[in-house]
Design a protein around this ligand. Structure first.
Ligand code: PMP
Length: 305
């Protein structure tokens, strides 16, 4: 991977090589960071880049900071502006992925959240697909369990919690799958290692509710709204049992990185007909138009760089 040229670091844009921390940094040792992932998409018609729902991403990011007792003099609007400044300075004219990271920056020994200094940084880099098989993904059910809200809150997008996602993803990929779905302690489907999940059964769209230890995904929320408004579908948030996906009509995952990824096999069993279904296909089409700023009904989700 090519390293970015610039980073937003300690309240200004600096060459990426200057955005460095010491090995004693609290977050590096204890996982006391929180992060986000935002995309900017190129619109080939007008040549502009559009950030997708950056205010919602940064609202979640600042809420994650709050959870971890990190207090910055920032708003979703100011964070969006730093992001725009960074992308402009970097001169990107293609799709980019933006990674904001807030971290306990004091170089001290001591596991705690209170009275530890914090900083944040933003980097941006060109980015394509995260799941390469995004119309035909094969997944398994992970033997790892999703972290519980009372262990490390999933809604917080906390760096340390992603060791859980890393276990899930590596075992899945080493077994030849594209991704794995993970169960809650109670045994219901929660999400993928870095994606929310959706199931179609008899024309209804189901997704695990926020109490199922999911990250409250911005893409998830967008897809729920688009499915209701554009496809006239009923969208229901409820627990999903693992065997429901053996018999459902369609299954797909959503996320900033994964976008809308159709799952066509679970544990070597075909999902529905074993090919991407009409709902996932239609939602992908709508999604890519919306994120590229080509759908006038959703223009308020696009922020021009
Ligand atoms: N769940 C997890 C665990 C994730 O890391 C992500 C990626 N941020 C998502 C779901 C999808 O969230 P979003 O649509 O906001 O990117």
């Amino acid at each position: 991977m090519n390293l970015p040229k610039y980073a937003y670091f300690k309240n200004k844009i600096v060459p990426y090589a200057e955005a460095k921390v010491g090995v004693l940094t609290h977050a590096l040792n204890y996982g006391t960071g929180v992060f986000g992932g935002v995309r900017a998409y190129k619109n080939d018609d007008d040549g502009n880049l559009y950030l997708f729902r950056p205010y919602d991403h940064y609202k979640r990011f600042l809420n994650s900071c709050k959870m971890m007792l990190m207090d910055f003099d920032e708003t979703p609007e100011s964070m969006t502006q730093h992001t725009i400044d960074l992308i402009r300075k970097s001169g990107f004219r293609e799709d980019v992925y933006i990674r904001p990271l807030a971290y306990k920056s004091d170089e001290i020994i001591g596991v705690k959240l209170h009275d530890v200094g914090a900083d944040f940084t933003i980097v941006a880099l060109p980015f394509g697909k995260y799941v390469s098989n995004d119309t035909n993904a094969h997944v398994t059910i992970s033997s790892w369990r999703r972290l519980d809200d009372n262990v490390i809150p999933a809604r917080g997008k906390i760096s340390g919690a992603y060791a859980n996602s890393a276990f899930i993803k590596t075992d899945a990929m080493r077994s030849g799958f594209d991704e794995a779905l993970v169960l809650t302690q109670a045994g219901h489907l929660s999400e993928g290692s870095a994606e929310n999940i959706f199931m179609v059964r008899d024309g209804v769209l189901y997704t695990p509710a926020v109490y199922e230890n999911i990250l409250e995904g911005i893409t998830r929320r967008s897809i729920m709204e688009v499915a209701e408004k554009e496809l006239g579908m009923k969208v229901v948030e409820r627990p999903i049992d693992r065997t429901e996906i053996y018999i459902c009509d369609e299954f797909f995952m959503t996320g900033t990185a994964a976008q809308v990824t159709a799952i066509t096999q679970v544990d070597h069993r075909p999902v529905g007909d074993g090919v991407m279904g009409p709902v996932a296909s239609k939602l992908r089409e709508l999604f890519f138009d919306i994120v590229r700023g080509k759908n006038p009904n959703y223009k308020d989700w696009n922020v021009e760089v």
